[in-house]
Design a protein around this ligand. Structure first.
Ligand code: PMP
Length: 401
């Protein structure tokens, strides 16, 4: 018998498990609204044309080599990523107060940031929103931080629990780390307004709470890269410190390439360079150095104005398709006279709608309509199309009546 025969089977990942169940379903009408990846109107994954063009350029480059990248990754990629999130004219960048390291997509950036904080920051508690992306508590716990939650979502209004959020952050210990979704909060689709962000900023700065932004959807929420980075930029504009984890999975469709960046904005250039020296000590024993290909694609797109413009158009088209799916689903429920207020479907932002459906209703929709989603009632709008909206509306209607 195996030396591993005492290993107990672990449960399926709650999000990835939805796809496993979907794949087993034989129904021609089956619909996967669990997956957090963009799909076209035809239900297919999308390889951006601009990514194809950038890859072609890389392949045609005769001087191309496959040497190791430095521990911190591709220098051009890091500079351009910082500009993308903080703004091209950011004083923090001009003053060399930002260190940026290439990491394994958003997840890897959060993990490296978490490990750095656990080793070098004086307060080991990180506050995450309730609810949040299911991987957050695991990433930060394994990084060595202690995880607490702050109130974020109000199920009654299906909107932000702004007072609860301010109260909980207000009673956090001075210096605590606070994880903030830069835009398109996952799973709720609920974001603070700019005025609310400004109040959050004032409170956090007054209590020396350290912001750690998770930016997995820049450009994907509103269709504008600048608008979706506003939350981060108001925190950097006050001269204070923060961390930001960026992912190019959604906004460039580079999911499997695992390309992202961690930036740490410091008060001084000296602090930033010391921080970077320590980030290298976090990264080196974990995976030595990050992969080359995805970062080369991103750098090629960000540095060429023609490719950059094409990217912004393709990004806007993805965001717009998602926004129009919100409207179509809302209209379909209105037309059927489905009981309840469904306006949150059009008010929420980004890839997901937090429908408010409970786990029994979700199970009913899966069993009777072959529609797959997570048990918290989160549906991926990117998995919908004009063709499948009526089927979903029928299922929701049946589930709530
Ligand atoms: N943060 C949030 C809120 C996310 O939704 C995701 C993707 N599901 C990520 C981070 C990281 O994704 P990735 O590692 O693929 O960039």
């Amino acid at each position: 018998s195996s030396v591993f025969s005492n290993v107990v089977r672990a449960p399926e990942d709650p999000i990835l498990g939805v796809t496993v169940a979907y794949n087993k379903d034989q129904s021609p009408n089956k619909l996967n609204l669990g997956v957090g990846a963009y799909r076209t109107e035809q239900g297919k994954p999308l390889l951006l044309n601009v990514v194809k063009r950038a890859e072609q350029m890389l392949v045609n480059d005769q001087s191309r080599i496959k040497e190791y990248l430095p521990i911190v990754g591709l220098a051009d990629f890091n500079k351009l990523s910082a500009k993308l999130i903080f703004g091209a004219d950011s004083p923090a960048i001009q003053e060399n107060r930002v260190t940026t390291v290439q990491c394994l997509s958003g997840t890897g950036s959060l993990r490296v940031g978490g490990e750095f904080l656990a080793r070098h920051y004086h307060e080991r508690t990180v506050y995450i929103p309730q609810p949040t992306w299911g991987n957050h508590p695991k990433i930060f716990t394994l990084a060595g931080l202690s995880v607490k939650t702050y109130r974020y979502y109000n199920p009654e209004t299906r909107g932000l629990d702004f007072e609860g959020m301010l109260e909980d952050l207000g009673s956090a210990p001075s210096g605590a780390i606070v994880l903030l979704h830069a835009c398109a909060h996952n799973p709720t689709g609920v974001d603070p307004t700019i005025e609310q962000w400004e109040q959050i900023r004032q409170l956090m700065r007054s209590k020396s709470l350290l912001p750690f932004f998770d930016s997995a959807y820049q450009g994907f929420a509103s269709g504008s890269l600048d608008a979706d980075a506003q939350s981060v930029r108001i925190f950097v504009a006050d001269g204070g410190e923060c961390l930001a984890a960026q992912s190019y999975a959604k906004n460039m469709g580079l999911y499997g390439e695992r390309v992202g960046a961690l930036s740490i904005v410091c008060k001084t250039a000296d602090a930033a360079s010391k921080v970077e020296s320590q980030l290298k000590l976090v990264i080196r024993p974990m995976y030595s150095s990050p992969p080359l290909h995805g970062a080369s694609i991103v750098a090629a797109i960000l540095k060429d104005s023609d490719l950059y413009n094409e990217w912004t158009l393709e990004l806007k088209a993805m965001a717009d398709r998602i926004i129009s799916m919100r409207q179509e689903l809302f209209d379909a429920l209105q037309a059927k006279g489905t009981p309840g207020d469904w306006s949150h479907i059009v008010k929420q932002i980004g890839m997901f709608t937090f429908t408010g459906l409970n786990s029994e209703q979700v199970t009913f929709m899966t069993n009777e309509y072959h529609i797959y989603m997570t048990f918290d009632g989160r549906i991926s709008m990117a998995g919908l199309s004009s063709r499948t909206v009526p089927h979903l509306a029928d299922a929701i209607h049946a589930a709530v009546t």
